[in-house]
Design a binder for this molecule. Structure first.
Ligand code: BV8
Length: 235
């Protein structure tokens, strides 16, 4: 393979962080085998039972403090640093592992577990500790509206215009560690393919969208991603 690619867009999902110790969603003992989406990951759930939703994210936030990027995150940061063209990483993950590995050009399309959002005034603040229902917003002073800054089902993911613009211009699209179940992210491969990009899935097993990819490399992210990046950088 020659790396005559100019503009690379990478989509990542929970499978990328699995070997850092964070649970995925749809694997056999994944998050959705323990919780129902309707109870913890929709605006209606937050309105109905804010304590349950805040507890769900407080638990996941506590797991994000000491977690470290793995060899796959590091390989993607190296690709961004050494590729002569442009690299944009779009992650569905709300963990901070891409940043901790050094990736800079990064979009958290589903938000970030270490940020809070005030439902009353829209202020975003860094959050390390637990969010509680009676926590007052540092900007507007109101309580009862502090939520994790994550995109729930039925809510619009962040920076979609910027993402679609990049997909429309890319010549290489990599989808890493995602089952291809959740839209609009699961449709990105079609957008990139329509723009003429070469599309590659790097995942433990074939995703829901496997038939839409030009190429697939199946295996653990810490093995297949560094190997693929080395080939791209002709190491
Ligand atoms: C939207 C953030 C419209 C919070 C997440 C009915 C009502 C409302 C909407 C819908 C509906 N029906 C369908 C929809 C659309 C809906 C959707 O797609 N639903 C699905 C379930 C059918 N989408 C939405 O609601 C989106 N918004 O449509 O808005 C709109 C339009 C206009 C105006 C306003 C609104 C919003 C979706 C975002 C929801 N938030 N997360 C949080 O994290 O708690 S989604 C959640 O799923 C995470 O972000 C996660 O990243 C994402 C996708 O999951 P994956 O990352 O793929 O993880 P998964 O476990 O599934 O797969 C892991 C993969 O890794 C597996 O394939 C596995 O084999 C592999 N793997 C495992 N280990 C390894 C590995 N690979 C390599 N190495 C390993 N070691």
């Amino acid at each position: 393979m020659t790396n005559n690619y100019e503009r690379i867009v990478i989509l990542t999902g929970a499978g990328l962080s699995a070997e850092s110790g964070l649970s995925t969603f749809r694997d056999k003992d994944g998050i959705w085998s323990k919780y129902r989406i309707e109870d913890v990951a929709t605006p209606e759930a937050f309105a109905r039972n804010p304590e349950m939703v805040l507890d769900f994210y407080n638990t996941r936030r506590s797991g994000a403090h000491d977690v470290r990027p793995n060899a796959a995150h590091e390989a993607l940061a190296r690709l961004e640093a050494e590729h002569p063209g442009s690299v944009m990483t779009v992650t569905q993950n709300i963990d901070p592992l891409h940043e901790r590995a050094g990736t800079m050009n990064l979009i958290h399309m589903h938000g970030e577990i270490l940020k809070a959002l005030c439902a009353h005034c829209g202020a975003r603040t860094a959050v390390e500790e637990n969010l509680t229902v009676d926590l007052a917003c540092s900007r507007c002073g109101n309580s009862g509206g502090m939520r994790p800054d994550v995109v729930w089902f039925g809510e619009m993911p962040y920076q979609m215009e910027r993402i679609y613009a990049a997909l429309g211009k890319c010549d290489l699209f990599l989808s890493i560690g995602t089952s291809g179940n959740v839209y609009p992210a699961a449709g990105f491969v079609a957008e990139a393919g329509a723009a003429g990009a070469h599309t590659v899935e790097l995942n433990l097993e074939p995703s829901e969208g496997i038939s839409m990819f030009d190429e697939a490399i199946h295996g653990k992210a810490t093995e297949v991603v560094p190997a693929y990046v080395d080939k791209l950088l002709k190491r």
